[in-house]
Every structure is written in C-alpha cells, then in structure tokens.
Design a protein around this ligand. Structure first.
Ligand code: SF4
Ligand code: SF4
Ligand code: SF4
Length: 502
C-alpha cells in the first residue's frame, strides 16, 4: 500500500493566549481550515486546507494568528526540491494535469529589476512636476492617416484611425466575468471610468449591468467567442482579439461548469453548468491573412469606428509575429509576458512556456522600427507590471501603455495565494460564491484602484521630471534613458540599452 500523504505547505499558528474563540476565522475561511470544537471551546487548524490567503490573519480581532511555511521537508536536494517531489506524488496518485493560478513564481530573471532609469543633473535640467505642467496622456493606436488632403478652405481633412485616449498610460488587463466576480468587474469598470482609462472584459462577455461603462471598456473576442454579438462589439471603445495569453501561451482556456452559474451563463451565452472551453487556436485563423480577415470583419461590423487590438503571448519569435500583425490592419498589439497572471493554467505551461515581457517588448519595438512600420500600431506591454518604475521602463522600451491585472487585484485585496482556480477566493475576487463575492465592496474596490493609479501617475511624473522630460510621448522608445546592471552583451543588445557606467 502506498500512502500519498503530503505534508501541508503552510501551518496556521494560533496563539491561544490571545485567541478569544470568537470564531471569526472559521467564518472567514472558505477553505475550512479553522474548525470549532465545542467540547473544548477551542478552534483547531486543518493545515492541509490553508492556501495562505491571509484573510483570517487580517480579520482576527486579537491578532492571534499567523501563517508560517511548514517546517517539515524532505532531505535537502538541489535537484529534487520538496515541491517537485510533492507535485510528482500528487500526479502519481491522480493521473491529472496540475493546475495553478496567477503568474509563475519560478525564479526567472526579472529584467525590470536589472534596468535603471536616468536623471538629469547639470545640463537638460530636471523639471519640478509640482510647479510645471507634466503631460502623461497617451493616444493609443496607429499614428498614420490616409494621404494628406485639404478641404476647399485649406484645412487638413486627413483623419487618424480610431484610437484609445488614455489619461495615463495604464489600463486594466483582460479578466473575464466568471474568472473574477461581479464585484471585481464592477470595481474595475467604475475605476476605469473615473480615471479616464480602460478595463477589459476578457473572454467572458459583457454583463448587461456594465454596458453603461462601454466608453471605458475594451471588449474581447477570443477563440470561444463567448458573449460576442453585434451589441457587444458596438458597446466597447475598442475590440481586442485574444490570440494568446502570457501565462498559458499556445493553449486555450477552461472555466469549469460549476462556475457557469445563471448570470455567467447569460453573459457568456452558453448553457448553465456547461464547461466553457476556449479552443487553443481560433478555428478560422491559421495565417496572418486569416487574422486580417477577422480584424477587418470586426472593423466592418463596427463601421471602422473602433480600434482593433490583437493580444498575443510573448513567445520565441515574437518580433516576426508582431510584424505580421502590424500588417494585418490591427491598430494596437498587446504583448503579454510569461509572468502574467491567470485564473487557471496547467502548472507546467505556466512555469515553462513563453518569454519575459521586457525582452519581447524591446525586440518587437525594434523590429517594427527597423521595418518602418512602428507608426502603424500602438504597443501595450503586459505581464508583471508591478509599480510605476516598471511603467516608465516599459514606455522607454517602446510601449505606448501597459496593462495591469495582478497589480489591480492586489489593490482589491488579493493576497496572491494563487488558488483562484479553486473558486473559493476568500477576498471575493476570483469566486462566484455569493457569500464570498459580497466581501468585496465595489465602491471601496474602485476607490482603491483609483488611489493606486493616481499614486503611480504622481510617481511617473516625478521620474519624468527627474529625466527632464515633460511629456510621456517623449519617453516612448527613448532607451537612452535606461541602463542595464548585471546583464550580458546579448541581453543588453536585445533590450537596446547600454550598461550602467557607459
Ligand atoms: S479570529 Fe482570532 S480570536 Fe477569533 S477564534 Fe480565530 S484566532 Fe481566535
Ligand atoms: S486559507 Fe486563508 S483564511 Fe483559511 S486558514 Fe489559510 S490564511 Fe486563513
Ligand atoms: S484573487 Fe483570490 S484566490 Fe486568486 S490569488 Fe488573489 S486572493 Fe488568492
């Protein structure tokens, strides 16, 4: 007989001197890691159930709780680390594909942390953002029009293609209703409207309650075509074709039937309780010419009034792929790096497939410039933008704007327990359980998102001022403002930056 018991990753430590047995932790933990024993008037812990979401720690009125990493481990082995052994044991028992959520925790290089930003000292003096106007608005889209023409009065008639106009170059990335809750979507939509930016429906369709935020909504068309209809396309400010996602390049999506409750079934236009499976490819796209057809079908359907975004995962030959997309008629390319989050992905794919956004972004911007087609598309960088310095670095590497998702969820209360796929998010974000969803107040959620983006905007202006730049457009692709530390020649070459000290 083989026993598959795996020692829990975390231990819930309760200080019984402080615990008053109020049972708040028991009520707050959807994973049932706290159990009240009336006989002893005591709460006990079931460590196996704890995913380290910190809900109970945060809400315990007497600060009696802490979660620690389990001290139990196998013999030290650099090759067969504990988690590798545990995953193997789990698969030997189940025969199942391992599932994970959020971005990969693997220790791949984070290039953002190896890039430093410039500041003026004597010449080209710095600018004080408190006293001088600083422009952080960004027009996102193609910047070439038809052949210049003038009307009878000599006025320029040339029209630029439709675009998105951002008050600050930050948008909320695609997260579907179904993978996240109604209240999480409501928070994102309200905040986007207030901030003058955009949030993205993801592939789950647009809930009718959020149609009023259409002017600040990017509606997504993914391979499953969930919730896509004429009204949906008309509702959004832009349409995004999802070709890939950074956390799971090359595969589709799967929302289990148990999450397809009535409201989600109506929004996605699929029967209640059925699995929502988006295929890996779009079954009508096998070439850039096919993609071009879909881009123009969507433009035609919306009377050429809306920009079309093509979202791709950062993969090996990303520059060539982006070059093709820029020629497909798309107005914007969104590139999602491999550290990007997900509601659920096979662990092996999430941890092993794709490339970092920093390298992908730099090589795409470079290639499009070399081919003199950079002006045909806007570029959006996504996949682990963690703070305002990452935004500044992304813009200097060539992005017009960034998408944030994990950062936005952290602002809503997420504690990165990486168990979204369980549907039991204790913070009311990645769940459809009514009792959990109501834990997230959308008014408070929206205000926290507004605070976050406002704080980043202030910091971006500070950094721009330090560089002596007063308009973010002057920073876009301005790699002279960046230096690398601890990077080899090849990495510096791809990023197109010099080493610190040069
Ligand atoms: S919430 Fe804190 S005080 Fe209340 S039962 Fe849990 S550990 Fe004890
Ligand atoms: S899963 Fe979250 S709420 Fe439950 S015991 Fe662990 S940290 Fe506390
Ligand atoms: S959204 Fe919820 S379940 Fe997902 S990582 Fe954050 S706290 Fe955990």
């Amino acid at each position: 007989m083989i026993h598959d018991y795996i020692y829990p990753e975390f231990e819930v430590v309760r200080n019984y001197d402080k615990c008053v047995a109020c049972r708040a932790c028991e009520r707050q933990c959807a994973n049932e890691a706290h159990v009240y024993k009336p006989k002893y008037n005591k709460i006990v812990c079931i460590n196996e159930n704890c995913v380290n979401c910190h809900r109970c720690v945060t809400l315990c009125p007497t600060r009696a709780l802490k979660i620690v990493r389990s001290g139990d481990t196998y013999k030290r082995n650099a090759n067969w680390q504990s988690w590798t052994v545990n995953e193997l044991i789990r698969q030997a028992g189940s025969g199942a594909v391992l599932l994970s959520s959020m971005g990969t925790p693997e220790p791949y290089p984070v290039y953002w942390d190896k890039i430093l930003i410039n500041a003026s000292q004597v010449t080209n003096p710095s600018i004080d953002p408190l006293r001088e106007p600083m422009e952080v608005r960004m027009r996102l889209g193609a910047t070439f029009g038809t052949k210049p023409e003038r009307d009878a009065d000599g006025r320029l008639k040339t029209q630029l293609p439709p675009s998105l106009n951002l008050s600050v170059p930050i948008m909320f990335s695609a997260m579907s209703y179904g993978s996240i809750s109604y209240n999480a979507h409501a928070s994102l939509a309200k905040a986007a409207e207030e901030l003058g930016i955009y949030y993205n429906t993801g592939e789950g369709g647009l809930h009718r309650d959020f149609e009023r935020y259409g002017a600040n909504t990017i509606v997504q068309v993914a391979s499953g075509r969930f919730g896509v209809h004429q009204g949906y396309l008309d509702m959004g400010a832009a349409i995004e074709i999802k070709m890939g996602q950074g956390a799971k390049p090359g595969i589709g999506g799967h929302l289990p039937g148990k999450k397809i409750v009535e409201d989600i079934s109506r929004t996605r236009m699929i029967p209640e309780g059925t699995d929502a499976i988006s295929p890996a490819p779009h079954h009508d796209i096998y070439s850039i010419e096919d993609l071009r057809q879909l881009v123009y079908s969507l433009k035609e359907a919306t009377r050429y009034q809306k920009p079309v975004i093509v979202k791709i995962a950062a993969v090996h030959n990303i520059a060539a792929i982006a070059s093709g997309i820029a020629r497909s008629g798309a107005d914007i390319i969104a590139i999602d790096g491999f550290r990007g989050g997900t509601g659920a992905a096979p662990t092996r794919i999430r941890n092993s497939v794709g490339i970092p956004i920093e390298l992908a972004l730099a090589s795409v911007d470079n290639r499009l410039r070399e081919e003199s087609i950079r002006h045909r598309v806007g570029l959006v960088a996504a996949g682990s933008i963690r703070n305002s310095a990452d935004v500044v670095k992304a813009v200097a590497l060539g992005a017009d704007a960034v998408y944030i998702a994990t950062g936005a969820l952290l602002a809503l209360g997420c504690h990165l327990c990486r168990s979204c796929h369980s549907g039991k998010c204790n913070w009311g974000i990645a769940t459809q359980r009514a009792d959990l969803v109501k834990r997230l107040n959308p008014e408070i959620g929206a205000q926290r998102l507004i605070n976050l983006v406002t704080a980043w905007e202030r910091e971006i202006k500070e950094m721009m001022g330090g560089m002596g730049i007063n308009a973010i457009e002057a920073l876009r692709g301005n790699r002279a403002m960046l230096r690398g530390v601890g990077l080899n020649e090849k990495e510096l070459g791809i990023l197109g930056i010099k080493h610190a000290g040069e």
